[in-house]
Design a protein around this ligand. Structure first.
Ligand code: HEC
Ligand code: HEC
Length: 160
């Protein structure tokens, strides 16, 4: 079971060229250079690394933390035995969890997050939707958060 998880995760890492063995050529076409792709990869890494112990990610979903909070959790999980092959993989998982938390914290105040998750749209449309929501409550959503929430939604709810 656990060995299978390690093999699956290792294969994913290798396929994505994220391992420390990645040379200059591999890095030049690093798919995680694009922020939306980076979030999709972070999600895949989370799903392969964390589900070996957390089936259905019960401890993870619905939990809202900032970046420092997620870094602490991911490092504690590494100590528990979670397999993370490189610091880049840790960063991609933390980035994904931080963006997901920003979305869950900032987009649940006036309506449930399902209101957003029920729709799919492209990056430019998500950016303008998030901006429209932020404009209703400008103090609550910083421009950096708006960008990362729009990227998160483009990653998980892209145009069909
Ligand atoms: C080898 C098994 C294992 C793996 C893999 C694992 N965890 Fe955990 N996790 C645990 C155990 C055991 C606990 C409960 C003990 C604790 O809180 O330290 C826990 C607790 C948690 C909690 C709740 C902590 C709290 O303070 O309430 C979160 C959040 C979490 N894990 C996230 C993750 C994430 C994200 C990953 C993937 C990077 C992951 N876990 C991978 C074993 C694991
Ligand atoms: C200040 C309150 C408020 C916050 C915070 C808020 N919304 Fe909304 N949202 C609304 C209202 C009011 C509507 C219905 C009117 C409208 O569509 O403009 C709505 C409607 C929506 C819709 C359906 C309309 C459409 O464009 O498809 C989506 C999707 C949505 N919100 C996403 C989000 C996201 C993503 C966030 C977080 C960035 C968010 N909302 C945060 C008030 C809010």
């Amino acid at each position: 079971m656990r060995l299978r998880a390690i093999l699956r995760f290792g294969f994913l890492s290798l396929a994505l060229g994220l391992g420390s063995w990645g040379g200059g050529a591999a890095r030049a076409q690093d798919p995680s250079a694009d922020p939306v792709q980076a979030l999709r990869i972070g999600k895949m890494l989370l799903e392969s690394s964390c589900t070996s112990c957390h089936h259905h990610l019960r401890h993870v979903n619905g939990r809202v933390l900032d970046r420092a909070g997620w870094e602490k959790v991911v490092d504690a999980m590494k100590a528990q035995g979670a397999v993370l092959f490189s610091s880049r993989e840790r960063e991609l998982i933390v980035d994904y969890l931080t963006a997901k938390s920003a979305f869950e914290a900032k987009c649940s105040g006036c309506h449930p997050v399902d209101r957003a998750l029920a729709t799919r749209r492209g990056g430019a449309d998500w950016r303008s939707t998030v901006q429209r929501m932020a404009d209703m409550n400008p103090d609550a959503i910083s421009s950096a958060e708006a960008r990362s929430i729009a990227d998160y939604l483009t990653a998980v709810r892209p145009a069909p």
